[in-house]
Design a protein around this ligand. Structure first.
Ligand code: 6CS
Length: 309
């Protein structure tokens, strides 16, 4: 049996390291009966196209980032909001691994023909531009690239930016050509996509974490023999835990690489500067509630009751 697993990131990324461990683990548990074919970003298309391929069963498993998924699965827009999830790692982790939290999203994924398997952290989003982004007014009129969904765009619109939604593969050339002024991603992704080569300042605001989801085609998942489903779920549970250290190590290592290469400077926001962004970010929560209704409101409550945000 072969399981096809599609990634939204290139080789060497968090998703790629995750998928390699996934393959090893599934192959070991099944004694080689299951083979996992991993497709890094580029081979099959944009994130939106990968989601489509998963829905129609061309691939069995995929990463689906809320930044791109939220127009299809509105509740996932929660992860596009800033200053919402717990800031400390342990409570964030408890929230993202809580079965009740995960199952609150399941119906929304099912509506899209997808089975949610788990959430995977990929590190803090960091902002790049040609100037430091210390206050919301620094975003005024900035053509800022976001992932391709309304809540992803709204998060930066609330700071005064002029958001531009584009697929990942287009970001480098848009920055280089000056079609956009800035973008947001974890450090590891900035390094491997080369965005630091075409941007002057990396601002660390710790406004949001990049959280991806791992999904399966709903019918494929429902039809799995129970033994195979057990192997799948066991592997996902183990990797959801390991992903926290995996991403932390990779982000640290890639920050060093970026700093060694030079050409981009790092700005870390103070608590006061962060507080101003937090205040400015709140209208985006309203937009999310408009798009998701009571269900979205309940998710915000659940996340903030842990976070105190
Ligand atoms: O910015 C993006 O579009 C992408 N960033 C990461 C880190 N993963 C996948 C996503 O498509």
């Amino acid at each position: 049996v072969t399981w096809r697993f599609a990634l939204e990131e290139i080789e060497g990324s968090v998703q790629h390291l995750y998928a390699q461990q996934f393959r090893e683990q599934v192959e070991a548990l099944s004694g080689g009966r299951i083979e996992v074919d991993v497709f890094p970003y580029g081979s099959l298309g944009t994130s939106a196209q990968l989601t489509e391929l998963t829905r129609n069963g061309s691939v069995n498993l995929a990463f689906a980032s809320p930044g791109h998924l939220a127009d299809t699965v509105p509740e996932t827009g929660l992860f596009n909001l800033h200053f919402l999830l717990p800031e400390e790692q342990e409570p964030a982790r408890r929230l993202l691994e809580a079965p009740a939290f995960i199952s609150a999203f399941e119906p929304a994924y099912h509506n899209a023909g997808l089975q949610l398997l788990g959430f995977v952290p990929e590190g803090w989003m960091t902002w790049t531009a040609n100037n430091p982004l210390r206050t919301p007014s620094d975003f005024q009129g900035l053509r800022f690239r976001t992932m391709t969904s309304e809540t992803a765009a709204e998060a930066f619109r609330s700071y005064g930016a002029d958001p531009v939604q584009t697929p990942f593969a287009q970001v480098y050339s848009d920055l280089q050509l000056g079609n956009i002024d800035g973008q947001s991603n974890p450090v590891f992704a900035i390094e491997e996509m080369g965005f630091h080569e075409v941007q002057n300042v990396l601002t660390m605001a710790r406004a949001s974490r990049f959280i991806a989801s791992v999904v399966a085609n709903e019918d494929w998942f429902a039809g799995l023999p129970s033994q195979e489903r057990k192997w799948l779920e066991e592997t996902i549970a183990q990797l959801s835990e390991e992903a926290w250290t995996l991403q932390e190590d990779l982000n640290k290592e890639r920050l060093e690489t970026i700093l060694e290469q030079g050409g981009i400077r790092v700005v870390r926001l103070t608590e006061d500067e962060r507080a101003a962004f937090r205040d400015a970010s709140l209208p985006a929560r309203q937009r999310f509630i408009e798009l998701t209704g009571e269900k979205g409101q309940a998710l915000i409550q659940r996340a903030t009751s842990i976070a105190g945000n």
